[in-house]
Design a protein around this ligand. Structure first.
Ligand code: GDP
Length: 453
């Protein structure tokens, strides 16, 4: 893809709003702006980073009265000359202004192309560029916090630090191979092994952080299961009534399972009300049950809803069905009956009808998620995490290569035999921050971004 042309796109969401922003980036951004914006001073001559009021035009036709700001290279998001037109946020008007910009010499940007240029021009490393996308798509507080941490460069810094250690170690190992007779402390094989073990431990911590990172980024899925009439739909309504509902662009997994996504304790949780899991009579009911089973398999955890006034054998069968999944027993209808029996799983007594006890459910879900993370906690706002499969796979590769290097040393082979493995480890970490990634991977990352970003 050429990087010497000038791109433009609407940077704000489609639709009607107070203000819309059209962003232009590239070597001709300022001349293009001069052609479509008329004010006391031409955009190319105006003071950078200062909004100027004027006319937005298509030839002689005035389209709008708006503002223009320039951010000359290299002090811009993309590192190129950038210009933004702030116009009134009419859907038709914005498209018309974009067309005028394109007619003036820019080309329509591809999805994520501004951020891609920022990456290619060295303004952002790949992990930070990915964080831009994650931040835009974050649906709940903790996901946004994790993304902004990554955007600030915390993950990149950590990766660079580990990679530097590996490169430093590689250099010292090659010195040790060249001077095997020297008895220098920092060249001792025991010392190398200890350093490699420390690096492996750091990589293990990072790899372990990926599960939480993914949960934050993608949200967690919860299957609400139970016999008919135990109050599953009522519980879903109570949850939606108590927490901020998230309107996701992504379609639900199945039309027959009612799904609602809410922000609970800062995490996006997708609750799905499944059909009763009990064996049914009719064909339709059987299909519903199959779907419910599949939904449970794909869920991160389950809420098993029981009616406190009538706990039956069928409830225990359902509990048995979900026993391999993290789950919470919800003893519903505690306004009409108290159930005093014991379960080995965490239990919450509540009334979906009145909403009493829903806060206890939130606490129990939060504890359950933490227990699934084995020592990690999603609420650790300062945690450095891997947040997607690409990053995790690269960290796993780095760990495998470092482990091979360690076994070379521990088995008494010459230290320079570790060089290839350590180079592979450094390269794998480099992939996370974009030092050694193919064009194909880069394209795959940025094409998921929205238009105008
Ligand atoms: P589902 O079939 O499991 O989805 O159950 P529903 O949510 O449709 O509820 C079944 C019946 O139980 C309805 O008549 C609800 O009004 C009632 N119900 C649900 N939750 C409660 C509760 O907390 N207390 C009482 N007393 N009734 C409830």
């Amino acid at each position: 893809m050429k990087i010497d042309d000038t791109i433009a796109a609407i940077a704000t969401p489609r639709g009607t709003g107070g203000v819309a922003v059209i962003r232009i980036s590239g070597p001709d951004a300022l001349p293009v702006a001069d052609r479509v914006f008329s004010a006391k001073t031409k955009p190319s001559k105006a003071r950078p980073r200062l909004l100027q009021y004027g006319k937005v035009c298509a030839g002689d036709t005035v389209l709008d009265m708006g503002m223009c700001v320039t951010m000359p290279s290299p002090h811009s998001f993309t590192g190129e000359d950038v210009c933004e037109l702030h116009v009134h946020g009419g859907a038709h008007l914005t498209e018309t202004v974009l067309q005028a910009v394109l007619d003036a010499g820019a080309r329509l940007a591809l999805p994520g192309e501004f951020t891609r240029r920022a990456f290619l021009n060295g303004k952002l490393d790949l992990a930070r560029a990915e964080a831009v996308g994650d931040l835009i798509h974050a649906e709940a507080d903790l996901a946004a916090t994790a993304a902004v941490n990554q955007l600030e460069g915390r993950l990149s810094k950590k990766i660079c630090a580990i990679r530097d250690k590996i490169i430093d170690l590689t250099a010292r190992l090659s010195v040790a191979a060249d001077y095997p007779e020297e008895d220098i402390d920092y060249l001792s094989l025991d010392g190398f092994a200890a350093e490699l073990k420390e690096i492996i431990a750091e990589l293990d911590r990072l790899i372990a952080s990926a599960k939480g990172g993914q949960m934050l980024r993608e949200g967690v899925r919860c299957a609400i299961v139970g016999r008919p009439n135990t109050g599953k739909s009522s519980l879903l309504n109570a949850i939606v009534g108590s927490y901020r509902a998230i309107v996701t662009a992504a379609a639900g997994t199945t039309r027959d399972i009612v799904e609602e996504v809410v922000s609970m304790g800062g995490i996006a949780v997708k609750f799905g009300d499944t059909a009763g899991l009990r064996e049914g009579e009719g064909e339709a009911e059987k299909m519903g049950i199959e779907m419910a089973r599949a939904y449970v398999q794909n869920a991160d955890f389950c809420l098993v809803v029981l009616d406190s006034s009538r706990v039956e054998k069928a409830d225990l069968e359902i509990l048995n069905f979900v026993k391999e999944k993290p789950h919470i027993v919800v003893l519903n209808k505690n306004d009409i009956a108290q159930f005093s029996g014991d379960f080995s799983s965490p239990c919450v007594h509540l009334s979906a009808a009145s909403g009493a006890g829903i806060a206890d459910l939130e606490a129990a879900i939060s504890a359950l998620l933490d227990s699934m993370l084995e020592g990690d906690s999603l609420r650790r706002a300062d945690a450095v995490r891997l947040t997607n499969t690409r990053q995790r796979d690269a960290a796993v590769k780095a760990r495998e290569a470092t482990t091979l290097a360690l076994s070379t040393i521990e088995n008494g082979f010459p230290p320079d035999l570790t060089a290839v493995d350590l180079e592979n480890a450094a390269a794998a970490l480099g992939e996370i921050i974009g030092l050694s990634v193919s064009d194909e991977v880069i394209s795959r990352i940025f094409e998921k971004f929205c238009l105008g970003k």
